[in-house]
Design a protein around this ligand. Structure first.
Ligand code: GLN
Length: 282
């Protein structure tokens, strides 16, 4: 039987040979998951049961084939909460925590304790669920169209015990927007990659659903359509909050201003990239 230490070195080396960028980290995550041990290398001489070894080796192979680590593990953390993920749903990104922070800040600094919030293009539900956990009196509705994403969204609502309402529908359709009115906040991390970016995706991102990534030729299609449509669902004085891609802030700001939004303000993510905008419907 192989020891933990030997198997770890073998898996890490195999990943490194395949140019997986964070081989040590990814191997450690797989070991933690398969062995149910936060510190699997504290006992490097311990034998790995055969079945577990098989599982670890197959997860390592999947990683080497370009599958994202998060899909292999089946669960990923966002804002300290667990989210089930897999093929068919966008993996929650740390950048998006900036968007959640922006919404929480708006609520706290304006004394809105029980906001009515809609999260458009909800995907895994990481934004909607986190907002409900952080703002327990909020009334949060998640809107999602994808048949592949919806099962994850439902699971994540249940997993986190978050009482989030769900609308299965197209965020670009009038009849979806008409279902919600008098909202304090509309928040969205819509697809925003350009055609050019879609043609040159990182191996792992290419495994994520194009529907969650592609924002039309210039990446701005959703901002153009969502802004006038969902403006009507906001109450006067309500906020629209978006995440967008690097370098898109000026154009997204123009779209908001062109639709009569005011107090347009941007925030940077932890990497220093201007990543979110919030604006008020007068
Ligand atoms: N942040 C994602 C990426 O860069 C894109 C997510 C999106 O389009 N909303 O891959």
């Amino acid at each position: 039987m192989v020891s933990r230490g030997e198997l770890y070195r073998a898996c890490q080396a195999a990943m490194e040979q395949a140019d997986i960028p964070d081989a040590a980290f990814d191997t450690m995550c797989i070991f933690q998951d398969c062995l149910g041990d936060r510190n699997p290398l504290f006992s490097p001489l311990e034998a790995v049961p055969e079945e577990t070894e098989g599982l670890i080796r197959s997860m390592t192979e999947r990683r080497i084939s370009g599958e994202p680590l998060q899909y292999i593990l089946g669960e990923w953390e966002f804002y300290g909460y667990p989210f089930r993920v897999g093929a068919g749903v966008l993996i929650p990104r740390p950048d998006t925590e900036t968007l959640v922070d922006a919404v929480i800040r708006i609520c706290r600094s304006n004394g809105i304790t029980a906001p009515r919030i809609a999260d458009l293009c909800s995907g895994s539900g990481c934004i909607a669920v986190t907002l409900k956990k952080e703002l327990p009196l909020a009334d949060v509705t998640a809107v999602e169209l994808s048949e592949e994403a919806l099962p994850y969204l439902r699971q994540n609502i249940a997993l986190n015990g978050a009482d989030v309402h769900l609308i299965e529908g197209d965020v670009l359709a009038e009849d979806t927007a008409e279902k919600l009115s008098g909202l304090d906040i509309v928040v969205s991390n819509p697809p925003y990659l350009t055609a050019e970016e879609m043609a040159d995706l990182q191996t792992e991102v290419a495994r994520e659903p194009a529907m969650a990534l592609y924002g039309g030729e210039d990446g701005l299609g959703f901002y153009r359509e969502l802004t006038p449509l969902w403006k009507r669902s906001l109450k006067a004085g309500g906020w629209l909050c978006y995440e967008f891609g690097m370098g898109q802030h000026e154009e997204v700001g123009k779209i908001l201003a062109g639709n009569g939004f005011e107090n347009i303000s941007f925030t940077r993510d932890l990497g220093g990239v201007i990543r979110t905008v919030s604006a008020v419907r007068p």
